[in-house]
Design a protein around this ligand. Structure first.
Ligand SMILES: [Zn+2]
Length: 433
C-alpha cells in the first residue's frame, strides 16, 4: 500500500511543474500558487468534465462569468461585510496570528513558546480595495469571496434576455478570494482559488426533489472521474451546522491523509439570496407563474466545488508507488480524461526520430494533448510519463520499419501490445472514453 502524503504530492507538483509557490524567487507568497503547463492542462480537463457533467445532468443551464471586483452594496446585502469573519488572536511576543478556533489559548504560542495572547477578535476574510482615485467609503470594493452572488444579482438580466423558464440553472467558473488567516495543506486552503458553481432556480414545491436530483448527478460526476468511491462520501449537515436560511445541505467529502474534508457543497438555499437582493436593491426579483397567476421568489439549489481542491483530490487519489521490473516508480493513475498528456511517442533510438515524429505530429494536429520524447532509455521515458499520469506510450522500433506497427504500453498494467500505426488514434480515443 502506498503511503501518500501531502509532502509527496507537493514535491511532485513542484518537480514536474504542475504547481509553483507564487513569487518563489522572492521568497514566496503564502497561500497563493501559480500553475505550470501540466497544471493548466489538468485544470482545463477538470473544468471541461465539470461543464459536461452539469450540462448533461439537467436541461437549460446557462453560462455566466461575473466580475471579480464586487460592489460593496452586494456584499452588504449578502451579509459578508458583517458576518464573513473568522475569530483570530495575535501573539504579542512574536506577532504571529492564529485562528482562535484552531489553537488552545490556555497553552503557549506554538511559534515562540511564550503565552501572551491578545483578546480574540473577528477578522473579515474579504480583500478590500478602492475603485478609482477617491479614497472614501463610496469607492470601497471587494474581491469576491465567492462566485454565487454575481449570479444572484444578474438573475433578472439573464431571465429577461434569454428564453428560459423556471426551472433553469446558471453556471459559472471563476476565481474567488479569501484572506485566510492560516492558509494550509497546499492547495486545500488557499487565499486565491477557483470555484465551479451552479445556481439552480426552481419552484418552492419542487426544490427538495431537485436538491436530491442534484445530489445524484454530483455523485455520478465523482464516479465518472474514477475516484476511489470508498474515499468519497456525502455527508448531510445536521441542524446545528445548517446556515439559518438553508433547508438542507450535503457536503461531498474526500478522505485525505489529514482527514475527511469537504470538496463540494450542495445546498438548498431557499429564497434567501434573491429575497435579500430584492430587499437591499429595491428591485423586484420575483417571477410570475402563468399557471397559478401569482408572483413568487424562486428557490435555489447550489452546487459548488473548488477547482484547486478537486485538483488536489485527484492527485491524492491517483498517486501510487509500485515496483516495475525491479525499479521503483511513481505513477499517477489519473482518469485518462483528467490526465494532462494523453499519450507519449518514443522513437526507440534517435535514428528512428523521423518516422515517429511524423506520427506524433499527425495525432497532435488532430487536437490531442500528446508529447514526443527522444531522450534517455525507454525505461526512463516510461517513468517520466508515469509520474505525470500519461495513460499510453507508443514506441517505434526497428521492426516498425518493416511491419508498420508500434508497441503501445499501458500506464496502469504496464502491459504492452503491438498495434498497427493506422490504429493509434482509435486506440487513444477508446482509452479516453
Ligand atoms: Zn509567539
Amino acid at each position: 500500500m502506498t503511503q501518500v502524503t501531502l509532502d509527496k504530492i507537493h514535491a511532485l507538483c513542484k518537480r514536474r511543474g504542475f504547481v509553483f509557490q507564487s513569487a518563489s524567487i522572492y521568497g514566496g507568497l503564502n497561500g497563493v500558487y501559480d500553475f505550470g503547463h501540466l497544471g493548466v492542462l489538468m485544470k482545463n480537463n477538470i473544468r471541461n468534465e465539470w461543464t459536461k457533467s452539469i450540462n448533461t445532468s439537467f436541461d437549460d443551464i446557462l453560462s455566466f462569468e461575473g466580475s471579480i471586483l464586487g460592489s460593496s452594496a452586494v456584499w452588504q446585502a449578502s451579509g459578508h461585510v458583517e458576518n464573513f469573519t473568522d475569530p483570530m488572536v495575535d501573539c504579542l511576543n512574536c506577532k504571529h496570528r492564529f485562528r482562535a478556533d484552531e489553537i488552545d489559548l490556555n497553552k503557549a504560542c506554538p511559534n515562540c513558546g511564550q503565552k501572551k495572547w491578545t483578546q480574540a477578535r473577528q477578522f473579515n476574510l474579504m480583500f478590500k480595495t478602492q475603485l478609482g482615485a477617491m479614497e472614501d467609503d463610496s469607492s470601497v470594493a471587494y474581491l469576491r469571496p465567492e462566485t454565487a452572488q454575481s449570479i444572484f444579482i444578474n438573475f433578472k438580466n439573464v431571465l429577461s434576455t434569454y428564453r428560459v423558464k423556471i426551472p433553469f440553472g446558471i453556471s459559472q467558473i471563476g476565481k474567488a478570494f479569501r484572506n485566510e488567516i492560516t492558509p494550509k495543506q497546499f492547495l486545500f486552503r488557499t487565499r486565491e482559488f477557483e470555484q465551479m458553481e451552479i445556481e439552480w432556480f426552481c419552484k418552492p414545491e419542487t426544490a427538495l426533489d431537485d436538491f436530491k436530483k442534484w445530489c445524484d448527478a454530483r455523485k455520478k460526476f465523482y464516479e465518472s472521474l474514477s475516484l476511489n468511491q470508498n474515499k468519497i462520501r456525502f455527508r448531510a449537515h445536521d441542524k446545528t451546522e445548517l446556515a439559518h436560511y438553508s433547508k438542507c445541505t450535503s457536503d461531498v467529502e474526500y478522505e485525505f491523509p489529514f482527514g475527511w474534508k469537504e470538496i463540494e457543497g450542495i445546498a438548498y438555499r431557499g429564497d434567501f439570496d434573491l429575497s435579500q437582493h430584492s430587499k437591499f436593491s429595491g428591485k423586484d426579483l420575483a417571477v410570475f407563474d402563468e399557471e397559478t397567476k401569482q408572483s413568487y421568489i424562486p428557490h435555489v439549489v447550489e452546487c459548488s466545488v473548488g477547482v484547486d481542491r478537486l485538483f488536489l483530490t485527484l492527485l491524492f487519489d491517483a498517486y501510487n508507488e509500485d515496483i516495475v521490473e525491479g525499479e521503483e516508480r511513481i505513477v499517477l493513475k489519473l482518469s485518462p480524461k483528467i490526465a494532462p498528456i494523453k499519450a507519449a511517442f518514443f522513437p526507440l533510438v534517435k535514428k528512428l526520430n523521423e518516422p515517429m515524429e511524423t506520427i506524433y505530429k499527425e495525432i497532435k494536429a488532430k487536437g490531442y494533448s500528446v508529447e514526443f520524447d527522444e531522450s534517455g532509455s525507454i525505461g526512463k521515458r516510461y517513468r517520466r510519463q508515469d509520474e505525470i499520469g500519461t495513460p499510453l506510450c507508443f514506441t517505434y522500433d526497428f521492426d516498425s520499419l518493416q511491419d508498420d506497427k508500434v508497441t503501445v504500453r499501458n500506464r496502469d498494467t504496464t502491459q504492452q501490445e503491438r498495434i498497427s500505426i493506422d490504429a493509434i488514434e482509435e486506440y487513444i480515443k477508446k482509452v479516453l472514453k
